[in-house]
Design a protein around this ligand. Structure first.
Ligand code: GLC
Length: 491
């Protein structure tokens, strides 16, 4: 099969979050299984050019229709760690991708509407006819809409679209100008509820809703999140639409890159270990304590790694820090905040706790330290408010670091409670799960984890090793995506 991925991120060249990792990891897996994969991305001026090999112009004069006229673009092509990527560069006074940031501009909807249009125009003009176009998140929600309403009449009538939603919180809201700009026009048609009109704001079009209505199949990144989005409030207002489209909606769990995240061969940790050498994990714990100037002792180390924001349950993270200290445990936090209030708050905490030998807050993004924390910590706290899939718990399991998670989305699909899981036998259980989002809930799960660590160290170790036995690499997820591609291809 010939698959084209269209997205706003691809790690490591463009990465703001898990989306970038998934676009890269999935593409590699699909390619390794013998399929042809190409990736179309915006050419941002701030992307990591040092991760692109052999960048050259691939299509010089791409004229993309935009409002009444057209915008002159160049398309570049290069390899990102073995993946073939095309980068679209518009030459217009809007400077859509020359902003020094990937997201967060007032005209984001216009920037990515343009990108979507340009990506389709590029496929059309360069005679690329993939079997499946796989697009991701709100930024590319208009692709299936334009494909069906316009491009199929220009000769792209054999392309199918899989639309993957990584985060329902960001949907892309725009007014009618986006219809005039892209040439979709027909305002009264698209402003119907069974079209792109937002379910709650009647004056707004919703890109993600467009993606859901028009794609051949839609998925989110874990089975449980698919369920929540339809039946609970995790769809952020799109629940009803998903319900109507449930015949073409499913959940496919993400994988993680087992070449990067492998405690048996990890250049960033001082002592490699696996299930049969689990006792060497303790050496990494010592190294972690030394590196972060924590008191050397046998207290359990709890950790948090991730963005400090509302989605990740920042209030509960804060509570977990102090609760861990009160229970005689150590705590390590690695994360950064884009919100200035949260940023100030955690800097305040960092200064306040500076002299405490049982806690370290590292307020930055530090990949190398992340590896050492996964290897050295005993438990990982993941108290997210919502979590479509989540990568932290998957990495923790791989490193024998027991996850303590809130039972939502992908966390629910991948962590099975040591005491209370009815669907998994004792030997299959992997962590601790709580459900409510208050302090008491996180405390009760942490208590159970810390008690097991102190009172039943052998069982605690068994639990950690049970987690290491699971395979959350891209192997299985890649297979599922390929099945999905071939299913929609024959529709
Ligand atoms: C988003 C979600 C996260 C998921 C990632 C990759 O960042 O918040 O849960 O793991 O996308 O799909």
């Amino acid at each position: 099969m010939y698959i084209v991925q269209i997205a706003s991120e691809c790690a490591p060249v463009i990465k703001a979050g898990g989306l970038g990792d998934v676009v890269y990891g999935l593409s590699r897996e699909v390619e390794e299984r013998g399929h042809c994969v190409e990736i179309i991305l915006p050419k941002y001026n701030n992307m990591r050019y040092d991760h692109i090999w052999g960048l050259h112009d691939a299509y010089r004069d791409l004229w993309v229709p935009w409002y009444g006229g057209s915008v002159h673009c160049s398309v570049f092509c290069g390899w990102v760690h073995g993946r073939l990527c095309f980068f679209i560069e518009p030459h217009s006074e809007d400077f859509f991708f020359d902003r020094g940031v990937y997201y967060g501009c007032d005209d984001d909807v216009m920037r990515f509407a343009f990108f979507s249009k340009a990506a389709l125009e590029f496929l059309l003009k360069s005679n690329k006819r993939p079997n499946v176009i796989h697009c991701h998140d709100w930024q590319t929600g208009l692709i299936p809409v334009m494909l069906y309403e316009m491009y199929q009449y220009h000769g792209m009538d054999n392309q199918r679209v899989l639309y993957t939603i990584h985060n329902f919180k960001h949907q892309g809201f725009a007014g009618s100008e986006v219809l005039w700009a892209t040439g979709l026009n027909r305002e009264s048609y698209y402003f119907q509820y069974d079209q792109l009109r937002d379910n709650f704001n009647p004056f707004s079009l919703n890109f993600m809703k467009g993606g859901i209505v028009y794609a051949n199949h839609i998925n989110t990144v874990s089975p449980h999140h698919a369920w929540e989005a339809m039946h609970g409030d995790a769809g952020f207002g799109l629940g009803h639409t998903l319900h109507l489209k449930s015949f073409k909606f499913s959940g496919i769990l993400n994988g993680i890159d087992y070449a990067t995240w492998n405690p048996e061969e990890d250049p960033h940790i001082p002592y490699d270990y696996g299930i049969s050498t689990f006792e060497d994990k303790a050496l990494n714990k010592k190294a972690l304590q030394e590196k972060l100037l924590l008191r050397a002792c046998d207290k359990p180390i709890l950790a948090f790694i991730g963005r400090l924001d509302d989605q990740k349950g920042v209030q509960l993270v804060h509570h977990a820090m102090y609760f861990a200290l009160s229970r005689g445990a150590q705590f390590v936090l690695l994360g950064s905040a884009t919100d200035s209030v949260i940023n100030d708050w955690f800097w305040h905490e960092k200064r306040y706790l500076n002299e405490n030998p049982d806690i370290h807050l590292e307020l930055s993004f530090n990949e190398e330290l992340a590896h050492l924390i996964y290897a050295g910590a005993d438990m990982m706290v993941v108290p997210s408010k919502f979590e479509p899939c989540g990568l932290t718990q998957l990495i923790s399991l791989r490193y024998g670091t027991v996850p303590i998670v809130r039972g939502v989305g992908g966390l629910y699909s991948t962590v099975f409670d040591w005491d209370y899981d009815n669907e998994h036998s004792r030997e299959e259980r992997t962590g601790f799960v709580f459900y409510d989002s208050d302090n008491y809930a996180v405390e009760s799960a942490m208590n159970r984890a810390i008690d097991l660590y102190y009172n039943e160290p052998k069982l605690f170790q068994q639990l950690a090793m049970q987690g290491m036995q699971y395979d959350y690499s891209w192997k299985q997820s890649g297979e599922e995506y390929i099945k999905m591609y071939s299913q929609i291809r024959h529709q």
